[in-house]
Design a binder for this molecule. Structure first.
Ligand code: FPP
Length: 247
């Protein structure tokens, strides 16, 4: 494991943190306890990602569909995100972590949005790992917002239809400027994308892990990275592309 950093470390890893509820249920605990333990796993995942040289770590913290959970659970999840930013921001900043938030910001509660903005503003000059928090995020919603923005720019004459290329579309997404994920991990044994980074996942590798998210430890992460390192990525070609000169 120790030589992992020297070979084929993904630039961008995105994680669907699933199974908090089942983790709690299997122990006879309330779901809120699963989410609470989930935050500890978040801390460990950020540390691990930073320690092996991953450049971007995206975590699916709250989907646009999660609003339909019971109100008490939604409020629990909001509370945990708030606590995470309040308590961990200083430490993350000290460790040079840069925070980016993706997802729909309109209509976010006014005790959440300023915190997310503060986290981004405080850390925007940092040069360490970028922690991308997907909050109130849904990929189709992201694409619809991008399409609306492009249509508005087209109507205002700022963009011509023939200028709409895949690269231009990427630049209208919340993830603009962030490389596409090389590896997407989902915990809890579920094997689906659930409206997460649909556009960006075009060439991502997937690793599905049976453990529930609160049990996602450093070793679990390193094992997933080993699996990734053994994959041959062909990007639609017959064999892996040669390394670019200078890379
Ligand atoms: C999935 O478990 C997990 C979530 C919906 C939220 C993940 C959130 C956290 C780990 C805490 C806050 C995040 C940050 C970045 C501080 P589930 O409830 O769907 O589990 P189940 O499928 O077993 O019911």
């Amino acid at each position: 494991m120790t030589n992992l950093a020297s070979r084929n470390v993904p630039t961008h890893v995105a994680i669907i943190m699933d199974g908090n509820g089942r983790w709690a249920k299997s122990r006879g605990l309330p779901r809120s306890m699963g989410h609470r333990k989930g935050v500890e796993a978040v801390r460990e995942a950020v540390r691990t990602a930073g320690s092996v040289g991953i450049g971007y770590l995206t975590l699916f913290a709250f989907s646009s569909e999660n609003w339909s959970r019971p109100e008490s659970e939604v409020s629990d999840l909001m509370g945990l995100l708030k606590i995470f930013i309040r308590r961990d921001l200083a430490v993350l900043h000290k460790e040079h972590v840069r925070i980016r938030v993706i997802g729909d910001r309109s209509n976010l509660r006014d005790d959440i949005l300023p915190l997310l903005i503060e986290a981004e503003e405080t850390t925007k000059q940092n040069t360490g790992i970028t922690l991308v928090i997907a909050f109130n995020y849904g990929s189709r919603d992201e694409m619809a917002r991008a399409a609306r923005a492009m249509a508005a720019d087209a109507m205002a004459g700022r963009i011509r239809p023939d200028e709409i290329t895949p690269e231009r579309i990427s630049s209208y997404l919340d993830t603009a400027g962030i490389p596409d994920p090389d590896l997407i991990i989902r915990t809890s044994g579920e094997e689906r994308l659930s409206n997460f980074l649909l556009w960006q996942a075009a060439y991502s590798e997937f690793v599905f892990i049976p453990d529930f998210w609160p049990d996602f430890k450093r070793e679990t992460f390193l094992a997933a990275l080993e699996t990734y390192a053994g994959r041959e990525r062909r990007f639609g070609r017959v064999s892996a592309p040669p390394l670019a000169v200078g890379s």
